[in-house]
Design a protein around this ligand. Structure first.
Ligand SMILES: [Zn+2]
Length: 661
């Protein structure tokens, strides 16, 4: 008789090995961190004695579930912002809050909470991608879980690195420190093709190759990403990342929602693993990954929860069920992705996708003892049919729940025994998470309270503040003004011609000012559009000086790097107005000061008259007073001194015209 540490017997052992062996009264012997033997309970008990014998009657013993893609510390951001498009969710909420709050302490706490939740749902191994990955790895190792921990690299500053060179250097350090750890496999994560540069992808690939560690990334998550690549590079995403050398590494590619057949074969050829994230893809309406095609092509496709802020939980039972139901629903074929193959994705194939197939993912002698007991006697899982032993797969996948998990062992160590966590004390963690939530709430309440702080949060340092004085009058004969400008009455420095398409966001509180999204088409003398510019301008409420008309307003100007739709969803204006106009603009010098003279013909709403606008930037009150006086004089020089003054800016005109009819 050979002595081992543990014998688990009388379980329905679902090995998930290549032959899909199921042992109804099975036994598993565990010695140290390794599975020593698997077989009928009788045989195991005849060959081995154990320090402790565990009777698993009424339960299935399955290999630990592999969560193939997550961002564990984001448990602390769960439920912070939902029902948004990926771009608005990520750039408008997640990243600004992460810049402010993510620290080693945040990552440690978030990871411990994630581990507690994952252990309870039968997950023994996960692939993480986040910042301060050292803290993530440390917390994971303390919790006793197995993980591929990937240090994120991005082309812009991150919470843990001022530049991508810094984050590459810290990824190298991180990998060096953790390489060879019994539970943690360090890895590098160039976040996604659209958040990296070719240079970053190349550097990350060679780092992963140099240390022979996995490379974790997001690929083809949205239709927009793929369309952008086809337009920009005339090829889809996978051949493009291949060109950057990415596929030289052991790649774990999350999402892969929008791949064509060629790309699937390219990934398969490269030995890449794929993480399918059904909840996240559904919640963010990213589309339906071609899971069945990928599996048929021989790709290792695992199942992931994605981060808890985009799911919003870490429940692999739910993910399994969604994965199979989506595959059936989308294909119109109820035989697509059967329960057995789904469980394989959540175990053996997931482990292979993480490039850990030699260690975990199935119950086989020689593999690490990553084992989970799932109770099969819950009222939601009765009765039991014994005609077909394979029916255990449908019981686990279609009726099983995370709450059925009673015991979890990783690397020969119990992390959950009879429903109680062995390595994590959750009470103090819950308290600390509540404190973070209160601080994040306060931060967002302050930010959301002002359009300016919201603008600054997404546009960063690219903004520019200025003040200006201006007057606007209604005129009947714009050509008379053009003639005066041409007569030499004022010195013209330069002139330009544009078509301007403005969308004004108006808010209930006028003190917030108004936000204008402007598309400028520059028109040549020949009438051709030769350049387009997108700008965002936040204009504060007007302040009048003693002069009767001119105003001074603060203005924040930033290049508009996102779509109009992004800003609409992010700023949530109370009302919107659209103003389109044909603008001829002169920069003139008058009494030693520079002014812009604009002649506008409104095309939307279409108006009979034209408008003359004279404005100048100003930096001090004295300068504003002087320029205000000069503007009134300039109005005379242009022969428009008796024109009707428009008291405010264009949005009111549009509103007036809309109200009128
Ligand atoms: Zn992700």
């Amino acid at each position: 008789m050979t002595k081992v540490d543990w014998i688990l017997h009388n379980a329905t052992v679902v090995t998930m090995d290549e032959g899909y062996r199921v042992l109804r009264d099975g036994g598993v012997a565990v010695e140290g961190d390794t599975i020593a033997a698997v077989g009928p309970a009788k045989e195991i008990l005849a060959t081995y004695t154990a320090h402790e014998l565990i009777d698993c009657r009424g339960s299935a013993l399955i290999p630990g579930l592999v969560n193939a893609h997550t961002h564990a510390p984001m448990t602390l951001l769960r439920g912070m912002a939902d029902d948004l498009r990926l771009e608005v969710w990520l750039l408008g909420y997640m990243m600004p809050v992460e810049r402010e709050f993510v620290s080693p302490d945040f990552c440690r706490l978030g990871t411990l909470l994630a581990c507690a939740e994952m252990i309870r749902s039968g997950i023994t191994c996960f692939a993480d991608m986040y910042y301060f990955e050292d803290a993530v790895a440390q917390a994971t190792a303390e919790a006793g879980m197995r993980a591929v921990c990937s240090q994120t690299v991005l082309k812009f500053p991150t919470p843990d690195a001022a530049s991508y060179e810094d984050s590459l250097a810290s990824a190298r350090e991180f990998i060096t420190r953790w390489k060879g750890h019994p539970l943690i496999v360090p890895s590098v994560a160039p976040h996604a093709p659209y958040t990296c540069t070719p240079e970053i992808l190349q550097a990350c690939a060679s780092l992963a190759v140099e240390f022979d560690v996995p490379l974790h990334t997001h690929i083809a998550e949205t239709r927009e990403e793929v369309d952008e690549w086809r337009e920009k590079y005339d090829m889809p995403v996978v051949p493009w990342v291949k060109k950057q050398g990415l596929l030289e590494a052991k790649v774990l590619a999350a999402h892969c929602v929008h791949l064509d057949d060629g790309e699937i074969h390219t990934l398969q050829h490269a030995g890449a693993g794929v993480a399918h994230n059904p909840s996240s893809n559904l919640k963010l309406a990213s589309g339906f990954a071609p899971v069945v095609d990928m599996l048929e092509a021989g790709l290792s496709v695992g199942i992931g929860t994605d981060g808890p802020a985009s799911n919003n939980d870490l429940d692999m039972f739910e993910e399994m069920r969604l994965a199979t139901f989506i595959a059936k629903g989308v294909s119109g074929d109820p035989t697509a992705l059967p329960a057995r193959l789904t469980l394989a994705m959540a175990t053996r194939l997931g482990a292979q996708a993480l490039h850990l197939g030699h260690l975990t993912g199935s119950i086989e002698p020689g593999k690490r003892a990553d084992l989970v007991l799932v109770g099969l006697r819950g009222i939601h899982n009765l009765p039991q049919f014994n005609r077909d032993p394979q029916s255990v797969y449908s019981r686990l996948v279609y009726a099983g729940k995370a709450s059925d998990v009673t015991d979890v062992m990783v690397n020969g160590r119990w992390l959950l025994r009879e429903g109680s966590l062995q390595t994590i004390d959750v009470e103090p963690l819950i308290q600390a998470a509540a404190e973070y939530a209160a601080r994040i709430d306060a931060f967002l309440i302050q930010r959301e309270g002002s359009i300016l702080t919201k603008l600054v949060a997404i546009e960063g340092a690219e903004r520019e503040e200025s003040y200006e004085v201006q007057i606007k009058v209604r005129i009947e004969d714009s050509e008379a003004i053009v003639a005066r400008l041409a007569s030499g009455a004022v010195e013209v420095i330069r002139r330009a011609h544009y078509q301007e398409y403005d969308t004004y966001f108006l808010f209930d509180d006028p003190a917030q000012g108004r936000l204008r999204y402007r598309e400028d088409e520059f028109v040549s003398d020949g009438g051709e559009v030769f350049n387009v510019r997108y700008r965002l301008t936040l204009t504060g409420p007007a302040r009048e000086y003693q002069h009767p008309v001119p105003l001074s307003r603060s203005r924040f100007i930033a290049p508009a790097t996102h779509s109009l739709r992004f800003y609409r969803e992010y700023f949530k204006p109370a009302r919107e107005n659209e103003i389109d106009k044909d603008r001829r603009r002169w920069l003139v010098r008058f009494r030693g000061k520079e002014f812009f003279v604009n002649l506008d013909r409104m095309t939307k709403p279409a108006l009979e008259q034209s408008f003359l606008e004279i404005k100048s930037r100003t930096w001090s009150r004295g300068d504003a007073e002087e320029k205000s006086a000069l503007i009134l004089e300039l109005l005379k020089v242009l022969g428009a001194e008796n024109s009707e003054v428009i008291p405010d800016e264009y949005p009111d005109l549009a509103e007036g015209s809309r109200a009128a009819g």
